[in-house]
Design a protein around this ligand. Structure first.
Ligand SMILES: Cc1ncc(COP(=O)(O)O)c(C=O)c1O
Length: 366
């Protein structure tokens, strides 16, 4: 079997260290917002080269907390891409706001700036691009569009831990997580940096927003019995923080391995029935997605060769059962193309060369 992602194998070398850390925690009983959580927030802040980091329960809450911290009037408009995970849209509703969908760019996984420009109006209060598959949205272009307007920029970085802001026109590009008002990360197990359960983290360079978000994730409080906001109970468990403190040390190494795999796919997938997407230059390839017209044929071949695969995602936001009525009559043709023809190839950082060759040969024989 060629696995899509093998987390056990990926972390095998650090398992015994993690167990030791957790045993020590059993003794200290420091389970809620313990020392390990603060250490992880510091480690992640350093990794993203941002000023502040606030850990929380998961990536969906990270987005919800970020949006709530802006204190916007109910039903203010938040622009999101039509192709993303459901959580991006759910977080907007969780915060009492209204999502407005924008198409993705043709053969790119990120938001289309021409369509975005058309959707910005007086009610727009937030632009929320998603760095889907680790490919970075044109943040610099978005900043130009909203210059001098009172619009916040929050990026959904759930799939982009370690990508650089490729939209910057400078020699030394900054890391994703440090170049917008607020950046939100999921640390779900399958992510480039994943916990052994649900987890999330938010970064910002804005002290006022940091102070608010730190309270919102902890029932509106940073002092016992003093509750300043209606908050969430969305704290990162200390156990997960200990695991993440070990795993973050390997993140850049594993990202490089993913980039090597993507390079191999880019070079060796040569089939006119297959379309390769355009990813940003420093993409960390949370997913490597190709477009295939006869997707079912490829699925059959993958199944017969025992090659794992995935879909990210088979439905665009407006096509999800829960949103069909709300967005009825709306068309987002590039997002729909990704949903219809997209298939995600194995991206486990430890895939062997022989396995990669089998995958590529199977695709090329389609
Ligand atoms: C783009 C995107 N946004 C948000 C989320 C939500 O993160 P979580 O599953 O940790 O709540 C995910 C996770 O799958 C995601 O991929």
């Amino acid at each position: 079997m060629i696995k899509f992602l093998d987390i056990f194998k990926q972390d095998q070398k650090i398992h015994s260290l993690i167990i030791k850390d957790i045993k020590r925690l059993f003794k200290s009983g420091d389970f809620i917002l313990g020392k390990g959580v603060l250490e992880f927030e510091n480690n992640f802040k350093d990794f993203t080269e941002s000023k502040y980091a606030i850990s929380c329960g998961n990536g969906t809450d990270a987005l919800t907390i970020a949006l709530k911290s802006l204190n916007l009037p109910n039903n203010s408009e938040v622009i999101i891409p039509a192709m993303t995970y459901c959580s991006t849209a759910f977080a907007v509703f969780n915060a009492g706001l209204k999502p407005i969908l924008v198409d993705t760019e043709f053969l790119k996984p990120t938001i289309d700036l021409y369509d975005l420009k058309k959707k910005i109006n007086r009610k727009t209060k937030v632009i929320l691009p998603v760095h889907l598959y680790g490919s970075v949205a044109d943040l610099t272009g978005i900043k130009k569009l909203i210059k001098k307007k009172k619009i916040f920029l929050i990026d959904d970085c759930a799939q982009a831990h370690g990508s650089l802001d490729d939209s910057m026109i400078v020699k030394k590009k900054k890391k994703i997580g440090s170049t917008t008002d607020i950046s939100c990360f999921s640390l779900y197990p399958g992510k480039n940096l994943g916990a052994y359960g649900d987890a999330g983290i938010i970064t910002t360079n804005n002290k006022v927003l940091y102070d608010r978000m730190k309270k919102i994730r902890n029932l509106g409080s940073d002092k016992k019995f003093k509750h300043d906001y209606i908050g969430l109970n969305s704290r990162l468990d200390t156990i997960q923080a200990l695991i993440l403190n070990r795993k973050i040390k390997n993140l850049s190494f594993l990202n490089k391995k993913r980039q090597k795999i993507a390079k191999f796919y880019n070079k060796n997938i040569l089939n006119k029935n297959v379309i390769k997407l355009n990813y940003s230059k420093s993409c960390v390839y949370h997913q490597y997605v190709i477009l295939v017209k006869n997707k079912n044929e490829l699925i059959k071949k993958f199944n017969s060769k025992k090659i794992d695969f995935g879909f990210h995602y088979p439905f665009a936001i407006h096509q999800l059962a829960v949103f069909k009525k709300m967005f009825s009559g709306k068309k987002f043709k590039n997002a729909e193309l990704l949903a219809k023809n997209g298939i995600s190839l194995p991206i486990d950082p430890n895939l062997k060369q022989i396995e990669l060759k089998i995958i590529v040969n199977t695709i090329n024989a389609l």
